[in-house]
Design a protein. Structure first.
Ligand SMILES: Nc1ncnc2c1ncn2[C@@H]1O[C@H](COP(=O)(O)OP(=O)(O)OP(=O)(O)O)[C@@H](O)[C@H]1O
Length: 301
């Protein structure tokens, strides 16, 4: 699989404020790439630049060998996007709007397919002014997908969606990616993208501070364990003697980011001290923690 999007040393300033500093990354075909970062990190600015919506001060954007800029939009024919708020015409129905966005070729079928895939059949023939926030968001995503683009750029697509809609959207994106569609998806909530993304770009203060696969980031997040004990004070004493770092939540010992052998070491110390162990649970990988550590180390308090 080749590269569909290359962002090369992108610089952007708004007035005197430098917002992007030499941003470099690429998106490969069929990959779902998460663009993650705190509020104001520059996620939307990158997306607007990739879509040729704002001028940049340096660097370049290339989609499948063609440059994109504020004056050069040819490469965007195969790109679908939802940036910030979906553009909705209140007096048109959802279906009428999708038809407006859909290319002439295969219009009827593409519109029907996306309505079914997004589960919008019940309300698609009502005027959009009667839609809830989540319905409008889904319509915006459907507009981005209706022409079966090769690259899809979605800024905070899960905003306003209920848990079922979030799951449906994830399934749809994974299916499209399996057929070769590439996605660049922003969020400041890493856990939201955990089940969805193949690759992660972490942006802080306009710098890419990490470009990694989701799998590698999960490893970095480390594994945690929760050890429930009968007597928490006795357990704390035993772990202190064994020099084992831990934290306490109610009547349980927590080992966060546990290195190999650490669980054994802690259990050995507890059993040796006669502490009754009631339960041991493995905690999910602490991705959010890994993300916050990286941003914090980079200088975001
Ligand atoms: N049109 C503009 N004029 C001036 N400053 C701007 C403009 N657009 C964005 N900025 C500034 O650029 C920085 C990056 O904004 P951007 O919207 O790209 O961040 P973000 O990572 O998408 O944030 P969020 O998670 O809050 O959506 C912020 O400091 C913001 O105030």
């Amino acid at each position: 699989m080749g590269t569909i999007l290359t962002v090369d040393h992108l610089d952007k300033a708004f007035g005197k404020k430098q917002v992007l500093h030499g941003v470099d990354f690429f998106v490969e075909e069929g990959r779902v790439v998460a663009l993650v970062g705190p509020n104001g990190a520059g996620k939307s600015t990158i997306m607007k630049a990739v879509l040729g919506l704002i001028p940049v001060n340096g660097g370049g954007i290339d989609i499948k060998g063609q440059p994109v800029s504020i004056t050069s939009h040819q490469a965007l024919r195969n790109v679908g996007a939802l940036i910030e708020y979906p553009g909705i015409y209140p007096f048109l129905t959802g279906r009428q709007q999708l038809k407006l966005f859909a290319n002439k070729h295969g219009r009827e079928q593409n519109v029907k397919t996306i309505i079914t895939a997004m589960g919008m059949g019940k309300y698609i023939d009502r005027p959009a002014k009667t839609y809830s926030l989540g319905m409008k968001q889904k319509l915006g995503i459907a507009q981005a997908l209706v022409n079966d683009p090769k690259l899809v750029i979605l800024d905070e697509p899960m905003n306003g969606l209920d848990p079922q809609a979030v799951k449906d959207l994830r399934d749809l994106i994974r299916n499209l990616a399996a057929r070769g569609t590439s996605f660049l998806i922003s969020s400041h909530i890493l856990s939201e993208l955990e089940k969805l993304a193949d690759d992660v770009l972490i942006l802080n203060h306009g710098h890419i501070i990490k470009h990694s696969t989701m799998a590698a980031l999960e490893q970095q997040g480390g594994v945690g364990y929760r050890i429930e004990v009968a007597n928490i004070d006795q357990a704390k004493g035993a772990l202190a003697v064994a020099n084992q770092p831990y934290s306490v939540v109610q009547n349980a010992i927590m080992l966060t980011d546990a290195k190999e052998g650490e669980l054994n070491h802690a259990l050995y110390a507890l059993v040796n001290a006669g502490v009754a162990i009631i339960a041991i649970e493995q905690q999910a990988h602490d991705l959010e923690g890994a993300f916050l550590d990286m941003v914090h180390e980079d200088g975001e308090a």
